[in-house]
Design a protein around this ligand. Structure first.
Ligand code: SAH
Length: 266
């Protein structure tokens, strides 16, 4: 992209209000210092100036208006103004996924955050194609996606662990929908439609690796009392597509996908 294009992109971005996730507690009048990377982003990428209005949230205290109070090379501070949105609990939905190649993994994390997951848990299986997971990158992508989509919280990102270690200390009240393209699993929509009329437990979705689950893994999963196998239709989906399909379907039946968009000023 040429310099001119970057500048016009930065201008467009500027028109949309910048939202930042911060760790600190939020209340009117407090001053927050930003780390080097975020100060650089505001100053050199977004080209914000002293006095610019931004929004901040921390996953606990709702969303607050803030003003860029001072910024220099690699440092910036904000002053917090009024609270604009109270904290609301989001849907309690975990996604357990098997790491895939980088570009697709970035995509998967971004979409899963937009689709409202509360926790992202990477799992290693027999056919995992990727041996190392860059957890910091996953967490940074999750944070950016949460900032962009106006969530009030950033999902937790678990450390990558072998699938059956994760199953070993699974909270058994949390139902796990295992997406399985083989065997006679009920369609996900049928399972969720039935569940929609019942008392709600917390949920999780497991999507397998590009190479599929090994037979023994699938057998092991199906023995677990909290597991329900589900199908996503007749086609074999890539792992990222399968995750998006399953999350969107869950949100439509049991989550906040059936509520109206929040009223916002345009
Ligand atoms: N290579 C495998 C396909 C793996 S697809 C094979 O051809 O057998 C990657 C993952 O997406 C699967 O492990 C499963 O969890 C999910 N998935 C893909 N298509 C699906 C479908 N139609 N129903 C349920 N799960 C599916």
């Amino acid at each position: 992209m040429s310099n001119g294009n970057w500048r016009s992109l930065a201008k467009q971005v500027e028109r949309v209000e910048t939202r930042l996730y911060v760790e600190e507690s939020l209340q009117a009048g407090v001053t927050l210092g930003l780390d080097h990377a975020r100060a650089h982003f505001l100053r050199s990428v977004l080209r914000l100036k002293r006095g610019a209005r931004i929004a901040v949230f921390n996953g606990r205290d709702g969303e607050w208006a803030a003003r860029l109070d001072a910024l220099g090379k690699g440092w910036a501070s904000l002053v917090v103004g009024d609270r604009r949105r109270a904290q609301e609990p989001g849907p309690d939905l975990w996604l357990v996924f098997v790491p895939i190649k980088r570009a697709r993994l970035d995509f998967l994390v971004e979409k899963a955050v937009e689709l409202g997951v509360s926790r992202l848990q990477p799992a290693m299986t027999r056919h995992t194609a990727v041996s190392r997971v860059n957890q910091e990158r996953l967490a940074a992508n999750a944070r950016e996606a949460a900032e962009q989509c106006e969530r009030l919280s950033v999902p937790e990102v678990g450390e990558a662990r072998p699938l059956f270690d994760i199953m070993g200390d699974w909270p058994t009240e949390r139902r796990l929908l295992v997406c399985s393209e083989r065997g006679a699993a009920e369609p996900l929509s049928v399972v969720l439609q039935t569940a929609a009329g019942c008392a709600q437990a917390p949920w999780a979705i497991l999507v397998g690796p590009e190479g599929g689950f090994a037979r023994s893994e699938l057998d092991g999963l199906l023995k677990l009392p909290f597991v329900t196998p589900v199908g996503l239709g007749p086609r074999i989906l890539r792992a990222d597509t399968a995750a998006i399909f399953a999350l969107a379907c869950w949100q439509a039946f049991l989550g906040d996908g059936a509520t109206r968009p929040a009223m916002r000023e345009t």
